[in-house]
Design a protein around this ligand. Structure first.
Ligand code: FMN
Length: 370
């Protein structure tokens, strides 16, 4: 089957991409002192030179106390970190690529390393990291307003430094998702409530503030997921109507692209409605909101995101499945994560038809930036 569809250009507002392969945002936690340096410049440059259409960087955090839960996570604030990021963007552009930072606040999410956050500064919607699992203090309305402003400042900096797009990390059980999820948002003020629309208020304010900061033409992506790192089976929207009430207001607030995180791109989002050939998360999000969408999850891999680290998992889907879905315009772009850690040339090999040279993912490659 031809992979041509992957190599069709894509444009949205000021963004124009040579192809539809996106490097998924992947935390590497190797930025010393939170500052991207030569190693990060070279790491991202190599993926651009390897033919990736759009790079979304590892999560990089806003200017709030305890906004990162690992000391190797890069800042997206402060002169030194921003200068480092400017070098990254320049070298990606020089290699012919496009790039956007993924703007992040980890909220109360735990990390395996305990030295990054003074516990009393960790902040979250309701002082919880999961249902009945306390961590962090409950954010005041002042904290929330400052957080919204910090997202907007980061986005304005992304545009000023020459990035092509900005993405807000609203997925995987981190701060924005902690507001979405009723397991972590027990607030009784205007930032909480029984409905997903009510619990989306923080996200909506952040999106509106970012939009105001970057102007109407700069592309904004929002990453969302049903699953949480605290609970892989959690779901925010169990029906298309709920999904509409969650995502449509965010698109109306200024999101251009919904980056719909799934562990396996071929899994139907609402199988009871769709049958086996059903739309995935990105497919439904596009259909319900009209926004452009990015899909993701185990492209070219035999084990999913969690299985890969536990050494288990054997489900996979062929490239043909991806191509068929993209030809049906189920979603616009496809993100690839782990294979691009192990092989900077992954996209080039696909465009050259060298699929037999794709080697998958080796967890040992996480130890260094190469
Ligand atoms: C090492 C690693 C770090 C990750 N860090 C992030 C992150 O910072 N932000 C994010 O939204 N997703 C993150 N993810 C999830 C990936 O973006 C992606 O959704 C996931 O790996 C599934 O894609 P894949 O099967 O192609 O690897 C990370 C994944 C890995 C493997």
């Amino acid at each position: 089957m031809s992979t041509d569809i992957l190599f069709q250009p894509f444009s949205l507002k000021t963004l124009s991409l040579a192809n539809r392969i996106v490097m998924a945002p992947m935390t590497r936690a190797l930025a010393k002192g939170g500052i991207p340096a030569a190693a990060q410049v070279e790491y991202y440059r190599r993926r651009a030179a390897g033919g990736v259409g759009l790079i979304l960087t590892e999560g990089t955090v806003i200017d709030r106390p305890a906004s990162r839960n690992d000391p190797g996570i890069p800042f997206f604030h402060g002169e030194a970190a921003l200068a480092g990021w400017e070098d990254v963007a320049k070298s990606v552009h020089a290699a012919g690529g496009k790039i956007g930072p993924q703007i992040w606040h980890t909220g109360s999410a735990r990390s395996t390393r305990s030295d990054a956050q003074p516990d009393d500064m960790v902040e979250s919607p309701s002082g919880l990291v999961g249902p009945g699992d306390p961590r962090g203090r409950t954010m005041t309305e002042e904290d929330i307003a400052d957080t919204v402003a910090a997202y907007a400042n980061a986005a304005a900096d992304a545009k000023r430094l020459g990035f092509d797009i900005v993405e807000l990390h609203g997925a995987h059980g981190y701060l924005i998702d902690q507001f979405f999820w009723d397991g972590t948002n027990r607030r009784t003020d205007a930032y909480g409530g029984a409905t997903l629309t009510e619990r989306s208020r923080l996200a909506g304010e952040a999106v509106r503030a970012v939009r105001a900061a970057v102007g109407p033409d700069f592309p904004l992506s929002l990453r969302v997921s049903q699953w949480k790192q605290q609970d892989y089976a959690a779901r925010l929207a169990t029906t298309p109507d709920q999904m509409t009430s969650w995502l449509l207001p965010l698109v109306e607030a200024g999101v251009d692209i919904l980056h719909c995180s799934q562990r396996r791109f071929w899994v139907a989002e609402f199988p009871e409605i769709d049958g086996d050939a059903g739309l995935n998360f990105a497919g439904w999000a596009k259909k319900l909101t009209g926004a452009a969408t990015i899909s993701v999850g185990s492209v070219g891999l035999e084990s999913d995101f969690f299985g890969a680290f536990g050494g288990q998992g054997s489900e996979s889907a062929s490239f043909d499945t991806l191509i068929e879905r993209m030809e049906r315009r189920e979603f616009d772009l496809i993100a690839v994560g782990r294979p691009l850690i192990s092989d900077a040339e992954w996209a080039r090999k696909v465009s050259d038809g060298r699929l037999d040279e794709l080697g998958g993912f080796n967890a040992a490659d996480l130890a260094v930036l190469a």
